[in-house]
Ligand binder design. Sequence first.
Ligand code: COA
Ligand code: ZN
Length: 304
Amino acid sequence: MQEVALRDGLQSEAGFVPTGKKIELVDQLTASGLKKIEVSSFVSPRAVPQLADAEAVFGGITRRPGVIYAALVPNVRGMERAIAARADEVNLVMSASESHNRANLRMAGEASFHAIQEAAALAAAAGMRVAASLSCSFGCPFEGEIPAATILMWCRRLHEEAGIRSISLCDTTGMAYPALVHDLVGLVRQSSPAVTLALHFHNTRGLGLANVFAGLDAGVVHFDAALAGIGGCPYAPGATGNLCTEDLIHALEVSGYTCGVDLDALIKTAQHLEQLLGHPTPGQVMKAGRRLRGPRADQPGPVG
Ligand code: COA
Ligand code: ZN
């Protein structure tokens, strides 16, 4: 599980959350037992002013051993900043959609791929963990359906030509549905068997949790989610909140999976985040309270 509220969440907020508040949130997330937290983005501060304080946030957090503090990076400049800020892992981003790549990153897909190759080499030399995030893997707000062959091609190239073994298929504007998740994951696992897949869903059309269970069924155990369900890409029309972390953990735990997270602490932090943002957020368990019955005991297995 990678918690992405500080990055995917705050990048789409109208206001700037003060650096001290961001640091406090990361520390609370750390205390709740999450093992991977995307802390910020090293992108152009003109493109995403909400995250212009990435260095200061990385510099202010209290790092717990064993927790991975990650950052989104689009290019070599971002990679240099991530190394200087001592990020543990970088999520190197490009889009499976040519139109979305140009809108979001102002370059062609091939140019982004070359930037990723160069950035991945720098990360490897610095001993940093590397993952790739492939936006619009399940559809694009400009182009509609993205052919499976395109996703398979980028996954193969990211692995074979850029040496990246962890790839997140991102559903940037919530166009995924369970059958598509199941099919696409199956195809990627067949075509790039050495790649560890993660799934990044937005709940735009209410299918976030259903998609997770389709992903689990297809063999994926790594998911992104955002506290209180906030989030969205500022360069993708119609983008809305990420799959909500507390809702996901609650759904997994009542289904018998173990996440190693203090759900009550997480709910408190989600409520605190909602107050901080000053508007209602999409999270549901934070409003309903957690279900009291324990999990079924016949489906154990860690989900990360
Ligand atoms: N961090 C900080 N500054 C950066 C940067 C980075 N990673 N990459 C580029 N810049 C700066 C350059 O130094 C240059 O500054 P200057 O005008 O003061 O000289 C300026 O940004 C323009 O650089 P250029 O390489 O021409 O970039 P661009 O304007 O074509 O934008 C990106 C390309 C990728 C940097 C920009 O589109 C971006 O940051 N996009 C990210 C969007 C995002 O985060 N979306 C949501 C997450 S998926
Ligand atoms: Zn996202």
